[in-house]
Design a protein around this ligand. Structure first.
Ligand code: ADP
Ligand code: MG
Length: 694
C-alpha cells in the first residue's frame, strides 16, 4: 500500500495554487523548504494584524493599525522635486494624508477618486501635527469592508515574497485540507479538547484570536502532538525492526584488547570502562546493537570505539568507522594506528578522495576481508563498497549525519551492530526526538590531568594587545588556533575575512602561520593541518572547518573572533580543540557588539565547561526550534512542535507509541491504518519502508 489517496491534494506542487508561478515557486520553496501544498500549510503564522479597529479621525488614532472610512478630498502629486504623492481624505471629524512613493497616478485616481468614499487600512502616524498613512495595506470600497476589517495572520517571509501573495496562495492551500481518519486515541483527544486534524490546521491559519498563536492553544497542541507522534513512531519502528533482525553474538575480545591495553599510554576512565561494558553486553547478545555513545569533546570516545571494534575483529568479522569529513577520517587513522599496529590488526582508509586504481585496490582489500578495520567517510556506505563481513559500524560525530542517514544505514547493513558517537551534548528532551530508537551510554567524565581552560572575554578594540601577548606565548612554544568570524550564508565572505586576518597575522608572526578553510581541496587542508599538528606551524587561522573533532594536544590557545556570532554549542565545540594536553590552555572570545542573548552566551562560556550544562542553556536561550532548525545539527527539524513549549507532549507521544506497538506492531488495526496515514503526512518514508519489510 502506498500513500493514501486522501493525501494526494496535499502533495500537489505549489504551482497549482493561485498566484504561484514557476518563478515565485522558488521563493516559496526557499521559505518553506518544500515544493508541495502541504509545505505551505505547515508554515504557520507568527503574528497577526487586527484591522477591526475602525476609529473616527477625531479620535486621533496615531500609532495604531486602523481601518478608516474616508471621503477623498483631492490628489496632491509630488511634482518634480521627488516629493511623495499625497491623497487627502476626511471623515467629518478630521483629515488624513495617504502617502505614496513611486506612485502610479492612473491607478491612484481610479482607486481613490475625489469625492468618492473609500475604506483604507494601515498604520496611522502623526506627522507635523496632522495624520498620515504611508502606503495603506488595503484600499477598498464600502462593499469590500468585510474583507478589509479582519484579523490578518502574519507569516515569516523571505525577500521578494509579500504577506499578500503568501496569503493568497495560502487561501488556496487551505481548500486542499481534507478530514483524515483519526490517529489519536479518542479518550486522549477529548481529554485535551483537541479538534480534528483538518480543523486544527484550518484554525491556526484562519486565526481570529491572539490565543491561537500560543503553543498552548488546543489546535497548536494537537498539531504538535501529531508531529511528535510521527517522529516517535518512526523511531520506534526502526527499533522494532532492529530487534526482529538477528544480529550476531560477538565474543568479547580479550587477546587483541590485551595487546592494545598494553600499548595505551593511559588508564581508561571510569566512564570509559562503564561504556565499554554496556557496549560489550549489547555485542555479546544475539540482538543487533544500536547504541549512542555521547561524550563531550576530549572525553575519549575513540579508544572506546576501538575496543568495540576489536570485539568484531576477534570474532572474525570486520569493523568500520565512519567520520563526517576527510580530515577527521585521516585523523582517526593517525590516532588508532599505533593501537591497531600493536594488536596486529590490518586496516585501510577509504574516502571520496580515493579514485581510480587506488580505489579499486582499497575496495578489494575491503571485499576480500584483508582489511579487518576500515576507516572512512560516508564514501564507505556508497554503491560499490562491499564488505566481506561487516560486524560493527561505528559512526562518529553523528550530528553531522542526521537521523535520515542513520535510518538509511541501519536498514542497509543487515545484521551489523551500530555504534553512533556524538560529541554534541544533547539536552535530554532532544535526545528523545533524535535518538529515541537508541540505547545511550554517556562519557560524563574527562580523562584525568586536564586543567580547566581559562576563558576570557576580549573586546574587539583590544585585539592588537592580545596579539602582542600571543607573541610571547608562541615564543614559549604555544600553538594557537585562530577562528574567523562566521558570516552568515556566505562562505565567500567567510573566506575573505579569514584571508584578510591571515595576511595581517602573517605580517606579525611570519611564515609559521597557516590558513585552512572549507574551500580548500582535501589534500591542501590535510597538509596544513598536518603542519600544525607536527609543530611546523604555530598559528593556524581557520574558518569553522576545524570545528569537529580535530585533535592537536599541543594546541593550547583558541582565539575566536566575533564570538558573539556563534551559537553556544558551536563555541563549546571550538573551545574543545584546546585543553587536550597536559599544559594549561586559554580561550579568548573576542567580541564586538553584544545583544543580551550574546552576552548570556559568552558569560555561560566563561562560567562552565560542562557540555551538558551548556547544551541545556543553549536550548533555553535559543528555544528548541532554533536548535532543531540548524540543518547541521542533524537533529530532526520540527515544523510545528516547539520542543521547549511542547516538551510534555513529546513524553506523552513516546508512551502512546509504546502502547500502540505492543498491541499492533504492524499497524494493521483501524487506528494502525490511520497512523500509517500520519507517517505519510510527515513523510516518514523510511519508517514506512521498515514497516513493509517487516
Ligand atoms: P573525543 O571524545 O573528542 O573523540 P578522543 O577520543 O579524540 O576524544 O580523545 C581525546 C584525547 O584524550 C586523545 O589524545 C586520547 O588519546 C586521550 N585519551 C583518551 N582516553 C584517555 C584517558 N583515559 N586518559 C588520558 N587520555 C585519554
Ligand atoms: Mg572524536
Amino acid at each position: 500500500m502506498g500513500r493514501p489517496f486522501a493525501l494526494d491534494p496535499l502533495f500537489k506542487a505549489l504551482t497549482v495554487l493561485p498566484g504561484v508561478g514557476p518563478k515565485n515557486a522558488k521563493l516559496f520553496e526557499r521559505l518553506t523548504g518544500g515544493t508541495k501544498v502541504l509545505d505551505l500549510l505547515w508554515h504557520l503564522p507568527v503574528d497577526f494584524i487586527d484591522r477591526r479597529y475602525a476609529p473616527k479621525l477625531g479620535e486621533h488614532p496615531a500609532g495604531k493599525i486602523a481601518t478608516i472610512t474616508l471621503t477623498i478630498d483631492r490628489h496632491i502629486p509630488g511634482g518634480r522635486r521627488g516629493l511623495p504623492y499625497k491623497v487627502r481624505g476626511y471623515d467629518g471629524t478630521g483629515h488624513i494624508d495617504l502617502i505614496f512613493f513611486n506612485a502610479k497616478k492612473d491607478w491612484l485616481e481610479k482607486q481613490l477618486p475625489p469625492g468618492g468614499t473609500v475604506i483604507v487600512s494601515g498604520k496611522v502616524e502623526a506627522y507635523q501635527g496632522s495624520l498620515q498613512m504611508v502606503h495603506p495595506d488595503a484600499i477598498g470600497t464600502e462593499e469590500e469592508r468585510a474583507e478589509i476589517e479582519t484579523v490578518e495572520p502574519v507569516y515569516p517571509l523571505t525577500a521578494g515574497l509579500t504577506n499578500k501573495i503568501f496569503r493568497k496562495a495560502l487561501a488556496g492551500a487551505i481548500e486542499f485540507i481534507t478530514p483524515l481518519p483519526e490517529w489519536i486515541d479518542e479518550t486522549h483527544k477529548s481529554k485535551n479538547k483537541w479538534p480534528d486534524w483538518d480543523k486544527s490546521l484550518k484554525a491556526v491559519h484562519k486565526l481570529q484570536k491572539e490565543s491561537l498563536l500560543s503553543p498552548a492553544h488546543p489546535a497548536r497542541q494537537r498539531l504538535a502532538y501529531d508531529e511528535f507522534l510521527s517522529n516517535q513512531l518512526a523511531l520506534a519502528l526502526v527499533r522494532l525492526k532492529q530487534r526482529r533482525q538477528n544480529g550476531r553474538a560477538f565474543q568479547i575480545s580479550s587477546d587483541l584488547r590485551g595487546k592494545v591495553s598494553n600499548a595505551l599510554p593511559f588508564e581508561l576512565t571510569g566512564a570509559q570502562v562503564r561504556s565499554m561494558r554496556e557496549i560489550d553486553e549489547d555485542m555479546a547478545s544475539p540482538l543487533r546493537m544500536l547504541r549512542l555513545l555521547q561524550g563531550d569533546v576530549g572525553s575519549g570516545k575513540t579508544v572506546v570505539a576501538v575496543m568495540a571494534m576489536l570485539n568484531a575483529v576477534e570474532s572474525g568479522c570486520q569493523a568500520a568507522i565512519m567520520a563526517p569529513t576527510e580530515i577527521l577520517a585521516r585523523q582517526h587513522l593517525e590516532s588508532v594506528r599505533p593501537w591497531l599496529d600493536a594488536a596486529g590488526v590490518s586496516y585501510t582508509v577509504l574516502t571520496g578522495r580515493n579514485k581510480g586504481k587506488e580505489r579499486e585496490e582499497i575496495l578489494h582489500r575491503i571485499a576480500s576481508g584483508e582489511a579487518n578495520v576500515v576507516i572512512g567517510t560516508h564514501a564507505l556506505f556508497q554503491e560499490g563498497v562491499e564488505f566481506a563481513d561487516l560486524g560493527l559500524a561505528v559512526i562518529d560525530e553523528q550530528h553531522r549525519f542526521g537521523v535520515h542517514q542513520r535510518l538509511a544505514l541501519s536498514s542497509k547493513s543487515k545484521g551489523t551492530d551500530v555504534l553512533v558517537m556524538t560529541a554534541t551534548p544533547i539536552p535530554r528532551t532532544l535526545t528523545l526526538t533524535a535518538y529515541g530508537d537508541m540505547e545511550v551510554s554517556r562519557l560524563d567524565e574527562k580523562p584525568p590531568g586536564r586543567k580547566p581552560i581559562d576563558t576570557r572575554l576580549i573586546p574587539h578594540e583590544k585585539v592588537e594587545e592580545m596579539v602582542g601577548a600571543l607573541k610571547g606565548q608562541i615564543a614559549k612554544g604555544a600553538r594557537v588556533y585562530w577562528v574567523c568570524p562566521l558570516v552568515e550564508e556566505s562562505e565567500k565572505l567567510d573566506l575573505e575575512a579569514a584571508e584578510e586576518r591571515y595576511d595581517k597575522l602573517k605580517a606579525h608572526f611570519g611564515e609559521r602561520t597557516g590558513l585552512v578553510h572549507g574551500r580548500m581541496k582535501g589534500e591542501e587542508k590535510d597538509a596544513v593541518m598536518a603542519k600544525f599538528a607536527n609543530g611546523d606551524i604555530d598559528l593556524l587561522v581557520a574558518t569553522t572547518v576545524i570545528e569537529v573533532g580535530v585533535n592537536v594536544p599541543e594546541a593550547t590557545i583558541m582565539v575566536i573572533e566575533q564570538a558573539e556570532r556563534f551559537g553556544l554549542s558551536q563555541l563549546h565545540q571550538l573551545r574543545g580543540r584546546v585543553g587536550r594536553g597536559a599544559a594549561k590552555s586559554f580561550c579568548f572570545l573576542v567580541y564586538g557588539k553584544l545583544t543580551n542573548s550574546a552576552k548570556e552566551r559568552l558569560k555561560t562560556m566563561r562560567e562552565t565547561e560542562d557540555g551538558f550544562m551548556i547544551a541545556e542553556k543553549d536550548l533555553e536561550l535559543r528555544g528548541g526550534g532554533e536548535i532543531l532548525g540548524t540543518r547541521q545539527s542533524g537533529l530532526p527539524e520540527f515544523k510545528i512542535a516547539d520542543i521547549t513549549a511542547h516538551g510534555d507532549l513529546l513524553a506523552a507521544a513516546r508512551q502512546d507509541v509504546q502502547m500502540i506497538l505492543e498491541k499492533d506492531p504492524d499497524l494493521e488495526s483501524e487506528r494502525g491504518q490511520a497512523l500509517r496515514t500520519l507517517l505519510y503526512l510527515f513523510e516518514q518514508d523510511q519508517a514506512i519502508a521498515n514497516l513493509r519489510a517487516g
